[in-house]
Design a protein around this ligand. Structure first.
Ligand SMILES: [Zn+2]
Length: 381
């Protein structure tokens, strides 16, 4: 039935010449839980020409390609699944988007068009997140909203949630799913769907939605967060673990079953943070090496700051508030506390008086004695 529809649509396309006429009129992609073949388009973000983010010594377009290849191999173990990739190497797979204005955008549009051309049931973009400071961490999935094609939005959201839940099992923070609506104040022709509803912000989500194709962007972890990098991004095992969790999420949602004789990929043990933690254990004896001691410290630093930083913010605000309160009360206290101070002044006065009295007395006695002696002298004289 779908083939027939596509044929009809193709004829329509021929006559109208509108690129997305086919897609816009197409019925929502089958969820394939009805038993049909599930066609998955994996889209490792960016490429050698259209670069992504870099952080912690990890280059996004390289890391997400590895995730994509692991994910493809894992999904191929399941029945009724057909996996495509928008690229299987570092080169841009759509050369006509190289060296043209806004090449990255054209490339993303071409990736979606390719997915549509193979009748993909779902478009899964694989990315890594990055931020201007190192605090944000964890996995999040950008999903489509419910506008224009609620069916696509529903699948996007439900599948996205399944995947991010699985990713969190690796020890990553579960950032959940996010919908990001377009900014309506710029390029309005791009920011509304043809029915006037607010479009999805991200291009691959928007263009997929236009062809009723569920799509999502998996932001696996933060390149800008040292803990995320150490846990899953800086090692082959970590990248493989991410791919296996993506696969589990997809398997969860679509209820896929393994082909006969196939075994689900074994999750690498990434609980021990790679490289940094494996080094100190083999060399506990050569203590004089200064490298072995600082390394555990840096590990602790990468793990602790997340909690302490979030806890420190309220503490700091409390500290800011407290002094103002203390200032006003302190003034009152200062005024009332004066009498409570130890009466040094009184003691000094007493001592002075005592000394003065003593001196006075002594002078008086001496005067009396002198007088007496004088008198005696007088007497003597
Ligand atoms: Zn990216």
């Amino acid at each position: 039935m779908k083939r027939f529809l596509v044929l009809v649509m193709a004829l329509v396309l021929l006559f109208t010449g509108t690129e997305y006429a086919l897609a816009d009129n197409e019925t929502a992609s089958a969820n394939t839980r009805d038993g049909g073949e599930l066609v998955i388009m994996l889209d490792p973000g960016h490429d050698a020409t259209h670069g992504g983010a870099v952080g912690g010594g990890v280059i996004e377009q390289q890391a997400v390609l590895k995730i994509g290849l692991y994910l493809r191999d894992e999904l191929n173990k399941y029945e009724n699944v057909k996996v495509y990739m928008t690229r299987e190497g570092m080169d841009c797979a759509f050369p006509n988007t190289i060296g043209v204005p806004e090449g990255s955008k054209r490339c993303n549009e071409a990736r979606v068009a390719y997915a549509d051309s193979v009748e993909a049931d779902v478009f899964i973009a694989l990315h890594l997140n990055s931020y201007t400071n190192s605090t944000p961490n964890g996995a999040i999935v950008y999903v489509q909203n419910n506008n224009f094609s609620p069916e696509a939005g529903k699948i996007s959201q439900e599948l996205g949630q399944c995947i991010v839940n699985r990713l969190a099992e690796l020890g990553l923070k579960n950032g959940g799913i996010f919908q990001k609506g377009s900014a309506a104040d710029t390029r309005p022709e791009e920011y509304y769907y043809e029915d006037g509803s607010i479009a999805d912000y991200y291009r691959v989500l928007r263009y997929s939605k236009k062809v009723h194709m569920p799509a999502m962007i998996i932001e696996h972890a933060f390149l800008s967060n040292p803990s995320d990098v150490a846990l899953v991004l800086s090692s082959e095992d970590g990248l493989k673990a991410l791919a296996l969790k993506d696969a589990q999420g997809i398997v969860d949602y679509y209820g896929l079953t393994l082909k006969e004789g196939c075994v689900a990929g074994e999750l690498p043990d990434i609980q021990q943070v790679p490289e940094t933690q494996t080094k100190p254990s083999p060399e506990p004896e050569p203590q004089p090496e200064p490298e072995s001691t600082p390394e555990p410290e840096t590990e602790i630093e990468t793990q602790i700051p997340e909690e302490t930083e979030t806890e420190m913010i309220p503490e700091e605000t409390e500290k800011v508030e407290e002094p103002t309160e203390e200032d006003t009360t302190a003034d009152d206290l200062d005024a009332s506390s004066e009498p409570k101070e130890f009466p040094w002044g009184g003691i000094v006065m007493l001592v002075v008086m005592f000394i003065a009295g003593g001196i006075g007395g002594a002078v008086g006695v001496r005067y009396y004695l002198k007088k007496q002696s004088a008198m005696h002298k007088k007497d003597e004289e």
